[in-house]
Design a protein around this ligand. Sequence first.
Ligand code: URA
Length: 423
Amino acid sequence: MDVISVIRTKRDRGELSDEQIDWVIDAYTRGAVADEQMSALAMAILLNGMNRGEIARWTAAMIASGERMDFSSLSRPTSDKHSTGGVGDKITLPLAPLVAACGAAVPQLSGRGLGHTGGTLDKLESIPGWKALLSNEEMLSVLDGVGSVICAAGDGLAPADKKLYALRDVTGTVEAIPLIASSIMSKKIAEGTGSLVLDVKVGTGAFMKNLEDARELASTMVGLGTDHGVRTVALLTDMATPLGLTAGNALEVRESVEVLAGGGPSDVVELTLALAREMLDAAGLRDVDPAKALADGSAMDVWRRMISAQGGDPDATLPVARETHVVTAPSSGVLTRLDAYDVGVAAWRLGAGRARKEDVVQAGAGVELHAKPGAQVRAGEPLMTLHTDTPERFEYALQAVQGSFDIAPEGTEFTATPIVLDR
Ligand code: URA
């Protein structure tokens, strides 16, 4: 087998054979196929697509590139959630302990933010002492003892994806449905969860900008999970507007703790409960009510134990940025649009995200929203507060939020977009 014939097959809109796929994934993982050759193949896949058979084989080859975890020793059913990424998407933080409080084991392997979307690990690392890197044995021990664990995926899990994702990130080849679906599902299947709920985001702040593409991504991933024996469900959820009232690291931890304490913004609570119900249903735990576990404090108890088990102090004061800048409403009326992508870019520019993998994020940086679409606003009143340790970043962040909102005259009718768009 030679790599140039594999690239030519896809360049010329052909179908890759099982042998070609198995060989190219294995050779790339071993370093026998160069980055420039794999990036040419990734671009050919982005432009010419793959059929369901090719995607299934590609996913299986990526799973086979590394180890598979085994949760069969646990007494509880496992259930996991994966979001395709958005702005203000802190849902994993209250969701994992909530679902654990209701009787499932939640092995949540999470990632770091890159670009305008935040990363769960970056958010949790703003809690003093908390560590994201656990060995497989440590992960299993937290999962068994607490019921939920949120940590980084080990190096042994789908190493082909680790290499390929980093390459796609710098070659403009992230946004290919076959590559996104196989990337996400290879990790989730190798992780060994029994059931999986996918939160496929749709809108300006997401990879999928329209419902049609999101539906295709969701059905491809559900098909892959089901074929590998994982009970898989997908919700399509809105990402045209940021989730909740914060985008940033410590800012989002604070908001998540408010949700666990029985408060928090209504959209975050609604989506957390919708996903919890799906996860519990998929795990066969149909008689428990997650709203009760939020109200009676049992989800908060699991959160505190989970943070402590990973070295964090759940009572520690969260970092706060040194400088703030308030953006005020230029006119009075009804806020009709608040763009998720623009707010995400502003949070990123303030220091909450990174431009290169090796960049260090600021724990306190981000954007705090004072109004969401549908709210009445008054000229001169705060719309959002920008937070950073490095005030020279304000100007660049302000450019991002300048066109991020619309205010219509008072009395304008406003119809809210539902959070869950489809299942
Ligand atoms: N998240 C992943 O893990 N992989 C992708 O390709 C996109 C989002």
